[in-house]
Design a protein around this ligand. Structure first.
Ligand SMILES: Nc1nc2c(ncn2[C@@H]2O[C@H](COP(=O)(O)OP(=O)(O)O)[C@@H](O)[C@H]2O)c(=O)[nH]1
Ligand SMILES: [Mg+2]
Length: 252
């Protein structure tokens, strides 16, 4: 059983990619399930096979602990960790080959709390991987891209499982995707773009940060994907398969 955790900033496309990945595997005759780990989500673009909302009810958490919506969201995300065994058993009851895990909308609830780290570490699987989703509409300037790259690097450093950076929504941000892909591959191109922005007074600091992030291996593999047209899915799924096989050469 291979488990893929889908992370990224709010609105980056986690839920839609979870849906697209599950459908992709199922259409190829594989047993794949989608798990929703977000207790606070109202509507999902897929039918989750395992849904944490059935175990942790946000309204109930607000009532029981006298919390507002924000406090309840934080507590609920932590409570997920306490229900991990239950969730794991439900996942295993499907005997799936692939498990796609959709994580809470706000990335800090998952990536920067002990509970998220605990969930990733304690989940039983043959292989685990983490996707970090970058929204090209958000990473549209060199400094915004750098901010997201730093965020991605800190998530990768914390989670200690193989991580792939995915550039989402490629169908609606073609120009942005082209630019960002170039920046991620070539530091000079990034620096040239940086020099032309209003942030150029911080040029040396930003380019130093960018080089550090690249050293943390971010950017080497940026997978452009559209969950709408499925462009780029073959490359992404191929890389996940390689991770699943423990880094062996994978041939389909
Ligand atoms: N056109 C297009 N829209 C997308 C894509 N991925 C996500 N979206 C849209 O972006 C919005 C946020 O996506 P969602 O999956 O809910 O993001 P999440 O908050 O990270 O789970 C929704 O309106 C999605 O329909 C994509 O690949 N192409
Ligand atoms: Mg979502």
């Amino acid at each position: 059983m291979d488990v893929v955790f889908v992370t990224g900033t709010a609105g980056s496309g986690k839920s839609l990619l979870t849906s697209a990945l599950k459908t992709w595997y199922v259409n190829r005759g594989e047993d794949a399930i989608a798990v929703n780990l977000d207790p606070g989500v109202l509507a999902l673009p897929y039918e989750p096979d395992v849904d944490v909302r059935l175990t942790i009810e946000l309204r109930q958490v607000m009532e029981d602990y006298g919390l507002g919506p924000n406090g309840a969201l934080i507590l609920a995300a932590d409570l997920v960790a306490t229900k991990l065994e239950e969730i794991q058993e439900e996942i295993e009851s499907y005997r799936p080959e692939y498990v796609i895990v959709d994580t809470p909308g706000q990335i800090e609830l998952f990536a920067f709390r002990e509970s998220g780290e605990f969930i990733v570490k304690q989940t039983r699987a043959d292989s685990k991987a983490l996707l970090f989703l970058l929204d090209p509409l958000l990473a549209n300037t060199p400094t915004n891209f750098l901010s997201l790259a730093l965020l991605s690097a800190s998530v990768g450093l914390r989670m200690k499982v193989p991580m792939l950076s995915v550039l989402t929504k490629t169908d609606i941000a073609k120009e942005g995707v082209k630019r960002i892909s170039l920046w991620s591959k070539d530091t000079r191109t990034f620096e040239d773009a940086l020099a032309e922005t209003k942030d150029s007074d911080q040029y040396s600091l930003y380019s130093e940060l960018f080089r550090s992030v690249r050293r943390l291996s971010f950017g080497a593999d940026l997978y452009p994907v559209s969950s709408a047209t499925l462009d780029g899915m073959i490359a992404l799924v191929g890389e996940l398969a390689r991770i699943g096989k423990g880094g062996e050469e994978f041939t389909d």
